[in-house]
Design a protein around this ligand. Sequence first.
Ligand code: ARG
Length: 456
Amino acid sequence: MKLWAGRTGGDVDERLSAINNSIGFDSRMYREDITGSMAHARMLGRVGVITEAEAAQIVDGLKGILDDIDAGTLDIDMTCEDIHTFVEATLTQRIGTAGKKLHTARSRNDQVALDIRMYLSAQIDRLIGLAKALVRALCDVAEAHTETVMPGYTHLQRAQPVTLGHYLMAYAQMLLRDIDRLTDCKRRTLVLPLGSGALAGTTYPLDRGYVAEQLGFNGISMNSLDGVSDRDFALELLSDLSILMTHLSRFSEEICLWCSWEFKFVTLADNFSTGSSIMPQKKNPDITELVRGKTGRVYGDLMTLLTAMKALPLAYNKDMQEDKEALFDAIDTADLSLSVLEPMLRTATFHPDNMRKAAAAGFINATDCADYMVRKGVPFRDAYGIVGRLVRHCIENGRTLENLTLEEYREFSPVFDADVYPAIDLLACVSLRDIPGGPAPGRVRETIEATRNAIG
Ligand code: ARG
């Protein structure tokens, strides 16, 4: 049955239904559709557009439908055009005439805008919860590794020593900002479009504020054309999720690299690793490759909606029905990625010895050696040149800065003394970087504490 059968007879070609129907994907908004309709019906009763008794009958009927779908005793009819049609038709079937009054002073245009906003708001809460769980895992693992020295990289070349704890907390900071962006997006998502009608509002004396209040919205939209045709809150969520996935893909790439024999900084737990069908020795980080790979889907979802919305004339256009699959796909992908990374990280085994070995081999304390000379009164640029020559000497002779003799050091500069050795010790190099936001163990512990407080 089509809601609009009066105009066209409703007897449509099945190929039209194939392109037009959205129930295949919008049925997942049944809860929001029903809850939104309950608030609308209560309001209609309160302002006297329908009687209080009719409103109560509608609310009861809708509640029954929601309970039955939740309990699995009512199947959503997938031949309906969309979830709005299914709920209204089922209501009328169950309660008769009063059901036919539900759609008074409403259009599917403002109804669907309401449903999406409610659905996205609930999903944002869910994603924030998952992001927080991953931040907690990063904090917990980081706390155990505030003194685990590893090389920090620029250009993927060993650069300066940091710690694993410091490294992991970098990702925690990114996720904190993602959480902040999602929270902000939710604020703009919870603006009530209902009352915008099809595009030009309605002649009925609706109490939009009462509907907003019942549904926990922050306010009401101030222009009916905008109310039904705005999807920028959805674009904002897709942008936020794209940025979030960028962060997860960078983290995933690190784990992929670190799992390789070239690095061997980490081993994933067996139940979070995969194997090869032909190479018996293989243990693969498929999880992080997939998170890295799925990031592209979310970027694609953002492009899908940006392109669908580009240059659309006001107000509602059916192009906008294309918003849902992109949104749902992005939400599902972010959800899955966050959900799997958290236990994967918690169960992974890091290899401090290998990190330490890598840190010892790349002259990553060369800057610290130059800083040592600066403390002895040598201008930094001169110290930089001297240490550069020292490093070349080491490479040519298979030595490290740690195992050069004091005599060798003194051939390059008389300022060197026995205290150069503790000054270039890797953990000392890290500990000396004792400024807010730096890698010194105490500073990383401060960051962990601040991060835990931020997520409550
Ligand atoms: N399924 C539609 C959507 O998702 C609902 C709105 C239908 N409105 C209309 N004028 N046909 O956008």
